[in-house]
Design a protein around this ligand. Structure first.
Ligand code: GAL
Length: 333
């Protein structure tokens, strides 16, 4: 049975999702459009958690910016949970924005972007890192928050510039040995940095490496295949889509070699009008992953869509092709 309700507030649909439909409205189990942009996935105890930016309300353009600084009030970080990656339960706001205190990092007039969560087995804490910025993106910092539960609420600790460096678009990667690394666009987005986090994941060590020097890459998404590390990034064109590329390294803190575009076919040179945010292993041994990206709608950011596509390894080369509709079973074949 299909039940579609028009509440006049937000579109709702109580249809069960049976396939990924990149770019279409994606509804949670209570029938509301999923609001989790620039997101990251986290698998814990048999459940997937999806964290992302809450973008709700009117989009406006920051006056006097030399670039197209469209923004919506920062709504904090949402959390959804799922067993099958298709049907998501809304778990609530994992990290709320601050409504009145403009001195607070999480003030809704600031930028709260690209949240990523990992679990620290030693401290038994769930740790969230995210991009914290002033509305003109001049602060360029990373914030950290902790929780005892994957769905939060998270307690915000503070923000910092890792080793004094500017930090904007980011991701966190937890390796098999338990070490965790912060990938962040730095130096006015010209150069990517990788920094080893402390054992409790709450601060940066001084083991901080510059990679993709002066290549101006952002929106990092990393995965491991066949003992090598792959890093997909976008170019730096704000909300406008551009061509993705991937880099490869034999060890995280080793040498990274920049390669071409993993996207294939029509609109590959614009990443299918989207920008990378995360890569999720589905069957990593067989080279099967999900590429997660955001199709930003710059003048109506709340209406930005999710582009999840199969990423498959072909002779050690990642390939992402467009498909209107697909399933995990098809990807695993
Ligand atoms: C993009 C970045 C997004 C957001 C946007 C603002 O380049 O990847 O996360 O910060 O710029 O224009």
């Amino acid at each position: 049975m299909m039940l579609c309700l028009n509440t006049g507030y937000a579109q709702t649909s109580l249809t069960k999702n049976t396939s990924f439909k990149p770019g279409e409205n994606w509804y949670d189990e209570s029938g509301h459009i999923i609001n989790a942009h620039g997101g990251g996935l986290f698998f814990y105890n048999g459940t997937y958690y999806w964290y992302g930016e809450i973008k709700k309300g009117k989009t406006s353009r920051v006056p006097d910016a030399s670039w197209e600084n469209y923004r919506v009030v920062a709504g904090g970080v949402s959390c959804y949970s799922s067993k099958d990656l298709l049907n998501w339960k809304y778990e609530g706001v994992a990290l709320p924005a601050e409504k009145t205190d403009s001195a607070n990092d999480l003030y809704q007039g600031n930028v709260i972007e690209r949240p990523k969560v990992i679990y620290n087995a030693r401290t038994k804490k769930f740790v969230m890192w995210l991009h914290i910025d002033s509305k003109d993106y001049a602060a360029a910092k990373s914030g950290v928050a902790v929780s005892d539960k994957p769905q939060g609420p998270f307690t915000y600790l503070h923000s910092e510039r890792p080793n004094g460096n500017m930090a904007r678009d980011m991701t966190i990667y937890q390796d098999d040995d338990g070490r965790a690394y912060h990938f962040y666009s730095s130096e006015e987005n010209a150069t990517m940095h990788i920094c080893l986090l402390s054992d409790d994941y709450l601060s940066h060590t001084t083991n901080d490496k510059r990679i993709l020097i002066n290549l101006s890459r952002e929106a990092p998404a990393i995965f491991k295949y066949n003992n090598r590390y792959y890093l997909i990034t976008s170019g730096c064109t704000g909300w406008a889509p551009n061509e993705a590329s991937y880099a490869v390294a034999d060890s995280i803190m080793g040498d990274w070699t920049q390669n071409g575009n993993p996207c294939k076919g029509a609109d590959a040179n614009k990443t299918f009008y989207a920008q990378s945010t995360y890569v999720l292993p589905v069957d990593a041994a067989k080279g099967k992953f999900i590429f997660m990206a955001d199709r930003w709608h710059k003048t109506n950011l709340e209406d930005s869509r999710y582009i999840w596509l199969p990423l498959t390894m072909n002779n050690n080369v990642p390939e992402i092709s467009w498909t209107d509709s697909w399933t995990i079973d098809e990807l695993k074949k």
